[in-house]
Design a protein around this ligand. Structure first.
Ligand SMILES: [Zn+2]
Length: 275
């Protein structure tokens, strides 16, 4: 989730968002656990940053969002939505249909317009990392990284083939064994180690509610429960499990389950990496 400092005072906008929609956002952000604190720096069902929680008046209810009631968290979220728009929950707003709500239509349209005007660049070259916008250069930090650098796609997403789903649920990057595999954005390690046909694999959960999976690794260098920074090396590529040769199999998922995959290249783009 993104929480940017408010630079302009915006007139409050009435957003017609149903409780069901907020439930879907929470389901995506936190598996619907309104009292969650995983230690990833985001709190509660809608994964507030402490600064956002304080800025929008949450402190009247609780020191941190996960200590407040669901109703209180939604009340603060409505205020965040009115000023920042659905992009405060960049991925889960799409998953939950928050971005489609009538009142937010205009903002969303403007945003996609400006995104469409960006010139695509090669993910293998210039756009290996992106840095936070709206921060001073001295505090700029890497917020996204390609999972492997300088790699071609050898098998695209959804290519038909001999997989359990009948098609490819991720994207393969052609890299030799021993290539550094990196967390595409900040996250928490959900699992790391042997995972059957995936061989040695790592699953990360990101603050936006999304999951990424890195498979067929020759070695892993993180453990479940650990945090990972964007661009941090988490393992080395390989050909373990059901694999015909060295490559990185990379997936993006809305939930930590086999059928929750989405287009991994589109997810990398949404992180600011262009392909
Ligand atoms: Zn694959």
């Amino acid at each position: 989730m993104v929480s940017l400092p408010i630079l302009l005072s915006a007139a409050p906008v009435a957003f017609a968002v149903s409780a069901e929609t907020w439930d879907r956002v929470a389901s995506c952000e936190s598996s619907g656990d309104w009292n969650i604190n995983t230690g990833n720096g985001f709190y509660g069902g809608l994964q507030f940053l402490p600064s956002t929680w304080a800025e929008y008046g949450g402190l009247q209810y609780a020191p941190n969002a996960h200590q407040a009631t669901k109703e209180q968290q939604i009340e603060i979220a409505e205020k965040v939505l009115a000023v920042q728009g659905p992009n405060a929950w960049p991925h889960c707003s799409m998953v939950a249909g928050l971005a489609d709500s009538e009142a937010s239509g205009q903002k969303t349209e403007k945003r996609s317009e400006s995104r469409a005007n960006q010139q695509p660049e090669d993910i293998q070259n210039a756009a290996q990392t992106t840095t936070a916008q709206a921060v001073s250069p001295s505090s700029a930090r890497i917020t996204a990284s390609a999972p492997v650098r300088g790699a071609d796609v050898s098998t695209p997403y959804r290519q038909a083939g001999p997989w359990a789903a009948g098609y490819h649920t991720g994207v393969d990057f052609a890299v030799p064994t021993g290539t550094a595999v990196r967390a595409v954005t900040q996250g928490t390690v959900i699992s790391s180690g042997w995972a059957g046909s995936y061989g040695n694999a790592i699953v990360l959960r990101h603050p936006d509610g999304m999951y990424t999976l890195y498979a067929h690794l020759s070695s892993v260098s993180v453990s479940a429960g650990q945090g990972a920074a964007a661009g941090q090396q988490i393992g080395l590529s390989g050909s373990t499990g059901n694999s015909t040769g060295p490559h990185l199999h990379f997936e993006a998922r809305t939930e930590n389950s086999y059928n929750a995959h989405v287009d991994p290249i589109a997810y990398l783009r949404s992180l600011g990496l262009s392909t």
